[in-house]
Write a protein that binds this ligand. Structure first.
Ligand code: PLP
Length: 384
C-alpha cells in the first residue's frame, strides 16, 4: 500500500514507539506523587517539556500539554474569548477554512451571542488580507487561523495577521498542527500569542498535543486541576508526552533534508499528474503551500469514487478533512475558495511524508493513469 494521507495522521516513528513503551513499563507512576517513583516521572515530564519546547521555539513554561490540537484549539478560542470579554471584547475572527471542529465551536459561540467573523479566502486558497484589515478592530478578542490548511496545504499570512491583531489589542492564535514537521517552527519569532500542535501529525502518538501560550498570558483553564500550572487539569499523559518529545527530536534532526525531499516529491507528483490529462486540476499551485500536500480533482469525478478506485489500486488518500471522509458533503474549504459544489465534491488530497519514496510517487501516478483516466474519458464522452 502507498500511504498518501499524512495530513490525516502519520505512522509513529521508532523513537516515539520506544519511548512510549519505556514509559508504560517504567514511568507509570503519577508525576504528582511525592515518592521516588512519582518524582522520576516528574523529572521525565520536565525533561520532555524542554525537548518539545526546543522543537517549537518556545519556553518550557509556555507549553501546556493537551489531548491534541482539537483541545488546544478549544482552549485558545474559549480562553481567548473569556480574556477579551473582561475588556469588553466579544468578537472572534477566524478564517473560513479552519478545521471543522473549530468552525463548529465558533458556530456554537455565535448561537450564544458572540460575534464571529469568518475571513474569506481567494480562489487560490490564500487569505483575503484586505478583509482582515477591515474586520480586525478594537472589539476583537481573538484572531485564529491555521498556519497551513490541512486540505490544500495553502499557508496563511500569519505574521501579517499577528501585526493586525496586535495593533487592535487582540490575541493571535495559530493552529500550527499542519506546520509541524513540514516547516521550521519558531513560536518566539512568530508574533503569535497562542499555538496549537498535535504529535500524531509528526510521527508521534495520538491523543497528545499542546497549546503554546505566550509567557505572561493567563487564560482560564478548560479543565480545572493542579496540573500544568493550573492551566490543564488531569493526570499527565506521560507516555504520550515522551512519545511527542521523541518524535519532535527525530523531526528536528532531519528537518532540512526532509523538506527538500518533500518538495522534490511534490514537483514529481504534480508534474506527473498534470501531464496525464488537461482535466487534472491542482489547487493552490501559485501560492505558498506545504511541500507535502497536493489537493486536486480529475474533472468532476466524485471524490468517493476516485478514492475507492485508488485504494483498489493500492493508494490510500483522503478527501477533505478525515473526519468528514465517507460523507458526500462537498469540502467547505473548496466551497470557500468559490468552487461550485460538483468540483468541491471532486477534490481529493494526496499528502506525503518523510518516508514516502520517489517510487511511491511514480506508482501513484501510474495508479491514477490506469484506474482513473478511463473513467475520466467516459465522463467526458457522457457530457453533452
Ligand atoms: N487542526 C488541524 C489543522 C488539523 O489538521 C487537525 C487534524 O486533523 C486538527 C486540528 C485536530 O488535531 P487532533 O487530532 O490532534 O485533535
Amino acid at each position: 500500500m502507498i500511504y498518501l494521507d499524512h495530513n490525516a495522521t502519520t505512522r509513529p516513528c521508532a523513537e516515539a514507539i520506544e519511548e512510549v513503551q519505556d514509559a508504560l513499563l517504567t514511568l507509570w507512576a503519577n508525576p504528582s506523587s511525592t515518592h521516588a517513583a512519582g518524582q522520576a516521572a516528574r523529572r521525565a515530564l520536565a525533561d520532555a517539556r524542554t525537548r518539545v519546547a526546543s522543537f517549537l521555539g518556545c519556553q518550557g513554561a509556555e507549553l501546556v500539554f493537551t489531548s491534541g490540537a482539537t483541545e488546544a484549539n478549544h482552549m485558545a478560542l474559549l480562553g481567548g474569548l473569556a480574556a477579551g470579554r473582561t475588556a469588553g471584547r466579544n468578537r472572534l475572527v477566524l478564517s473560513s477554512v479552519e478545521h471543522p471542529a473549530q468552525l463548529t465551536l465558533a458556530q456554537r459561540l455565535r448561537g450564544e451571542g458572540v460575534a464571529v467573523d469568518l475571513l474569506p479566502v481567494q480562489t487560490d486558497g490564500s487569505l483575503d488580507l484586505a478583509a482582515a484589515e477591515r474586520l480586525i478592530g478594537p472589539d476583537v478578542a481573538l484572531v485564529s487561523v491555521m498556519g497551513a490548511n490541512n486540505e490544500t496545504g495553502v499557508c496563511m499570512p500569519v505574521a501579517a495577521l499577528a501585526r493586525l491583531a496586535q495593533a487592535a489589542g487582540a490575541l493571535m492564535h495559530v493552529d500550527a498542527t499542519q506546520l509541524a514537521g513540514k516547516s521550521e517552527l519558531r513560536f518566539d519569532a512568530s508574533g503569535a500569542d497562542l499555538w496549537s500542535v498535535s504529535a500524531h501529525k509528526l510521527h508521534g502518538p495520538k491523543g497528545i498535543g499542546a497549546l503554546v501560550m505566550r509567557k505572561g498570558l493567563a487564560l482560564p483553564a478548560l479543565l480545572s486541576g493542579r496540573q500544568e500550572r493550573q492551566r490543564r487539569g488531569g493526570t499527565e499523559n506521560l507516555p504520550g508526552i515522551l512519545g511527542f518529545a521523541a518524535a519532535a527530536e527525530r523531526a528536528a534532526l532531519t528537518l532540512r533534508a526532509d523538506l527538500a525531499h518533500l518538495h522534490e516529491l511534490q514537483q514529481r507528483l504534480e508534474q506527473g499528474l498534470l501531464a496525464l490529462s488537461p482535466q487534472v486540476h491542482v489547487y493552490g499551485r501559485s501560492v505558498a503551500r506545504l511541500p507535502n500536500t497536493t489537493c486536486l480533482r480529475l474533472g468532476t469525478l466524485d471524490a468517493d469514487q476516485v478514492l475507492s478506485r485508488l485504494e483498489r489500486a493500492g493508494v490510500l488518500a483522503s478527501s477533505g478533512a478525515a473526519c468528514s471522509a465517507g460523507g458526500t458533503q462537498p469540502s467547505h474549504v473548496l466551497l470557500a475558495m468559490g468552487e461550485p459544489a460538483d468540483r468541491a465534491k471532486a477534490a481529493i488530497r494526496l499528502s506525503t511524508g518523510r518516508d514516502t519514496t520517489v517510487d511511491d510517487i511514480e506508482r501513484a501516478i501510474a495508479a491514477v493513469r490506469t484506474a482513473l483516466l478511463p473513467l475520466l474519458a467516459d465522463a467526458t464522452q457522457a457530457t453533452p
